[in-house]
Design a protein around this ligand. Structure first.
Ligand code: ADE
Length: 232
């Protein structure tokens, strides 16, 4: 997979992809992540990428031309499956969106700033708008890093134990059951006996029951989604 990220702050991506699973995926050549500085596509020598909004109002708007030029250069080199704009008013990210995106070959992510991007870019160039939650970030960069991480870990071959992505929270619509490691007893805080009984079937049943219980307590709306889907 190839991910192209368009940003006015390329340095914000110095950190998130240089450690852990995304780094491993890059090293294994399972993903290429290319960061593009939008200012390199500006029309003037001042590298201007924003302008005042027509009709006034507070805040600058990101201009069409630099964004269109950058996207056209990329599209001239390969076909893209999605051109994603990270925005607080986009569709809220969830596991099934990340699952779907992880099957693609080429994705563009555009990071917005200021009051947003000229609406015509959204109308004509963007194919998917994603929000990572109902709060406003200073720009789309952190959201693009979150989205990238959630996709890359799902690419086949990235995780050493393939099943570990399948047992993540949300993959089956439930949150994960609790996990424990040694010591068995710490200051009198005990690991549940069932996990040490050696009966795989009993342990799996316990884990499922814990996952359901936790989902009921913490994220009851997820159970409603499962019910809804099972009736469809
Ligand atoms: N840009 C600013 N806030 C954002 C959010 N919550 N999700 C995605 N992109 C954003």
């Amino acid at each position: 997979m190839r991910i192209d990220i368009i940003t006015i702050f390329p340095e914000m991506f110095d950190g998130p992809f240089t450690a852990s699973i995304v780094k491993r995926a890059i090293n294994k050549q399972l993903v290429e992540i290319h960061i593009h500085n939008l200012r390199d596509y500006a029309l003037d020598k001042h590298k201007r990428i924003d302008d005042y909004a027509f009709s006034g109002g507070a805040g600058m708007v990101m201009m069409i031309e630099p964004i269109d030029r950058c996207i056209q250069v990329l599209k001239g080199e390969r076909a893209y499956d999605e051109v994603i704009y990270l925005s607080p008013d986009g569709q809220q990210l969830n596991q099934s969106i990340s699952n779907r995106l992880s099957l693609f070959n080429n994705i563009i992510m555009l990071c917005g700033h200021y009051k947003g991007i000229d609406e015509r870019i959204r109308e004509h160039l963007i194919t998917l708008e994603i929000s990572i939650g109902d709060y406003v970030l200073s720009g789309g960069e952190l959201a693009a890093a979150v989205l990238t991480d959630s996709i890359v870990r799902l690419i086949p071959g990235v995780l050493s134990d393939e099943t570990s992505a399948l047992s993540d929270s949300f993959q089956d619509g439930l949150v994960s059951p609790p996990v424990y490691t040694r010591p068995k007893n710490y200051k009198g805080w005990e690991v549940p006996d069932i996990l040490l009984c050696g009966d795989d079937q009993k342990i799996s049943a316990w884990k499922l029951q814990q996952a359901i219980e936790r989902t009921k307590q913490r994220r009851p709306e997820l159970l409603k989604d499962i019910e809804k889907k099972s009736k469809e």
